[in-house]
Every structure is written in C-alpha cells, then in structure tokens.
Design a protein around this ligand. Structure first.
Ligand SMILES: [Zn+2]
Length: 465
C-alpha cells in the first residue's frame, strides 16, 4: 500500500515537472530572451514566426513572436492581437510573463489543449516581450534590489517611451472631437525615439484590434484616456475621469483582466486602492503622449495598460507565482478580441473595400476595414445600428444584435454612387488628343513641358475630378 502511494506520488511529481518544464521561470537578459523566443519557434515551427520590427537605440532587435495557424499571413476575418512588455526597462515582470505565455501557448497547442488550439486557430497573436531592451540591460545590471528606482526606465537616450508618442489630443480638439484615425504630422518620425518609431510602424502595418501594454509598480488595469481633458485653474489638472466614447467597453476589458487575475480585482495591492482593480488613466494621474491613447486615436486598436507587480523588478523566486496569478487573465484578455461584430465590406463585384468606415450609432468612434476589406468592432452586448461607408459608394446601415460570447458577423455590400451626368462635363477638357500632337512634334526638348495653353490650376482641376 505504501509502495503504491509512493508510486502515485512519484508519478504526480513527474507530471508536475512535465507540466512546468516547458516554462522557464527566470529573468532573461537580451541573449537569453532571444534564445527563449527562438526556442518557441523551434518547438512550434508551424504556428510561430519570429520577426523584428526594428532595432533599439543601441542596436538590439525588437523581436515579436507571432503565434497563429498561418504565421505571416492575415487570414480574412481573423483578428490581430498584440501584447507589449517592458516598455519601461526596469518594469520586468511583463517581459517574463510574455516569454512564459509564448512557451505555454506552444506547449499547450502541442498537447492539443482545446482552448489553446481554438485560440491559435482563430487569432493572430503578436507578442513583443520588450519594447525597451536597452533600458532592461541597465536595470538588470543592478538587479532586483533596485526596486522603485528609475535606472533603466527610459531608453538609452534617457527618454521615457510612454511619454514619447505623438500627442493626438491636441489634434482631436482641433478636429472638434473627431477621435479616430487622426493623421500624424509630416515630421512625426523626427520627433520620436527609434523604439517608438518601430512600434508606430508596426501598428500601421497590421490591423490590430486589441492590445495590452504590460508595466509594473502597481497592480491595476488602466484604461484610456491617460491624458486629462478638463483643464482647471492654473495648470492644475482635475483628477477627473477622462473617458473615451468606448468608456464602458474599456472598463469591461480592464475588468476581464482584473477578475481573471489572481488578486488584482481585490483592489488593495501595493498600498493603493483601486475599486475592482481597474482605473481610468487620467483619474489616477494624467500623462500625455502615452501609447494607449495613441492606439485609440490613430489606429483601430483598443489598448489598455496593465500594471502587474508592486515591485518593478521582482526577484526570480516570485516569477512562478506571478505566472499562475496572470495566466488565466492573459488568456481571457486575448479571447476578448472575439467579441462585438466583424465582417466584410464588399463592392459590387464582391471585392473587399479597404479603408471603409464602420460607424456605430451613438458611439463617436469609427473603425476602418483592413486592406482586404474585413473589419472588427469590439462592442458590449446589445442592439446597435451600424453603418458602412466608403468613398464613391452609397452608405449602408444595418441593425445588429451583439451577444456576450462570440462576435456577430455583419457584412455589407456597397453600391457605387451614381454620379450625375452634369458633373462629368463640369470642366471642359482643354488638353485633348489633338492638342497634344503639336507638342510631340517639337522634339525631345519639349518633353515634360506644360502645353502653353494649360494653366497650372487647370491641371489641378482636371486631376481633382
Ligand atoms: Zn511603466
């Protein structure tokens, strides 16, 4: 009997080791991080792809591990999701959790865990474990004892990357509240750090739907806006909520993380109190040029900021406990990308229309279709009127009912606008074929010259039609 009990215990112990062996609970310096990501790619070559979005100031790659059933390919109607860690180089838990998440997804996929298999098949997950590899090396040089100190927070040029994104709030005010797809100034590249530049390029290259940015120093899920809107008195910002038109949706996304997390939802961590473990960014403290506001104002992506540990650089001994505290939350949050509505916007020939605008009545924040004509609009359960519009087409509205489980499919087929015949002859064409003939006869010197009868404004007008 005793031998049998020992045998069972031994098998249980082996099983526990096997379950945790694939995850590696240690701090990863840059080389170890790269090795760990390559390890996932080696172990799961058919569902992963390692790519770099650029280099840090000191030349370290900003590596992203993609996990999907068709790595490298955007499949129609399959949403793109991203996690970003270690933007502040000394806030290291997110970096380690994201390495563990990548290893876990790979291992569980191989084990045919139905939940993970479904997630990988339905989602394109991009994981950037560190946005600030240079800062991390400074912090890691000093080690966990340097908790709460600022060494390594900024990048190698001393710039805080979460204060380095273009401030689109000012543009939003000028646009009288229009808050989606706000254009960047022509010289934005010169005004940001190389790490920020790489991340903005990345955001513009993929039609991300949902994202989280992992930090440390508190335990709370923080949702936009980070920048206060109300300006009271002489430079004092009122600690009011600075809400987006998607305020309740953001609160729900933050709650999904906090309640699935081991202890975040209690709200009492690190000497702070945040009801339900969530907070609006500006009502905690206002910050400008942050990444989550930029996501909302410039792209289709909804991002929240997760503060995950009281200690910015926790000792290695707590990493396993932190993984178990965060694992379910990391998964549940990715699954939120499959809520709301999604669908195609087609033209009359059944081709997808890129950059078509999807508006929801009553919510002043539009999303657009990707290059293939598919769109994703996160929404809370309820009934909505949704309109699709695109240049040159008649807009089309539809009623839709959204449940709390899976996204509702809603496609649109747009009909080209009928152009009144009067407008086609609004500008008499002066540059016609017969007019061109004498120009060609003049010889090579005339190439590129404007015909003498054509005024530059006429040229513009003709192009504008
Ligand atoms: Zn931070």
């Amino acid at each position: 009997m005793l031998a049998r009990t020992i045998g069972v215990l031994w098998r249980l112990a082996l099983l526990t080791v096997a379950l945790t062996a694939a995850l590696d609970f240690q701090h990863h310096r840059y080389d170890a991080l790269v090795e760990a990501l390559l390890g996932v790619q080696r172990d799961c070559p058919f569902i992963s792809r390692l790519y770099s979005i650029g280099r840090s100031q000191q030349g370290r790659h900003l590596y992203v591990l993609e996990l999907s059933d068709y790595p490298g390919v955007h499949e129609l109607l399959e949403p793109e999701f991203k996690y970003i860690g270690n933007m502040h180089g000394n806030e290291v838990l997110g970096r380690e959790l994201l390495i563990q998440l990548a290893q876990y997804l790979c291992e569980e996929y191989k084990r045919r865990n139905p939940r993970i298999t479904s997630l990988i098949h339905k989602t394109r997950i991009h994981i950037l474990p560190t946005m600030n590899p240079d800062g991390y090396e400074v912090a890691a040089e000093q080690g966990p004892e340097m908790n709460y100190y600022l060494s390594g927070r900024a990048n190698a040029r001393g710039v805080d990357l979460n204060r380095n994104f273009p401030d689109l709030h000012l543009a939003m005010q000028k646009l009288e509240g229009r808050n989606h797809h706000i254009a960047l100034t022509d010289n934005w590249q010169q005004q940001v750090e190389v790490e920020t530049f790489a991340v903005i390029n990345w955001m513009q290259s993929y039609n991300f739907v949902l994202s989280a940015n992992l930090h440390g120093g508190a335990v709370v899920a923080n949702y936009p806006f980070d920048k206060a809107q109300a300006h009271v008195g002489r430079g004092n910002y009122r600690a009011d909520v600075s809400s987006t038109p998607d305020h309740e949706l953001f609160q729900k996304l933050a709650r999904v993380y906090s309640y699935a997390h081991g202890w975040m939802h209690s709200g009492t961590n690190c000497g702070d109190y945040f009801p339900e473990g969530i907070t609006n960014g500006a009502s905690w403290y206002s910050l400008a040029k942050g990444m989550q506001d930029f996501n909302y104002l410039h792209t289709n992506c909804f991002e929240i900021t997760l503060e995950l540990s009281c200690q910015k650089f926790p000792p290695q001994s707590v990493l396993q406990r932190e993984w178990y505290g965060n694992r379910e939350a990391l998964l549940a949050y990715i699954e939120e990308v499959h809520k709301g509505i999604k669908g195609m916007v087609f033209d009359e020939n059944n081709n997808g229309i890129p950059d078509a605008v999807i508006s929801v009545f009553g919510i002043n924040h539009d999303v657009t279709t990707g290059s293939d004509g598919d769109y994703f609009r996160l929404l809370l359960p309820g009934k909505y009127i949704v309109t699709a519009s695109a240049q040159g087409y008649e807009s089309q509205a539809a009623h839709v009912s959204v449940n709390g489980n899976q996204s509702t499919r809603l496609d649109f087929r747009l009909v080209p606008k009928v152009v009144p015949s009067a407008t086609t002859s609004a500008f008499p064409l002066q540059l016609n074929v017969t007019n061109r003939v004498p120009l060609r006869r003049v010889g090579p010197r005339a190439i590129g010259r404007r015909p003498p009868w054509e005024h530059p404004h006429q040229r513009l007008k003709q192009h504008g039609q």
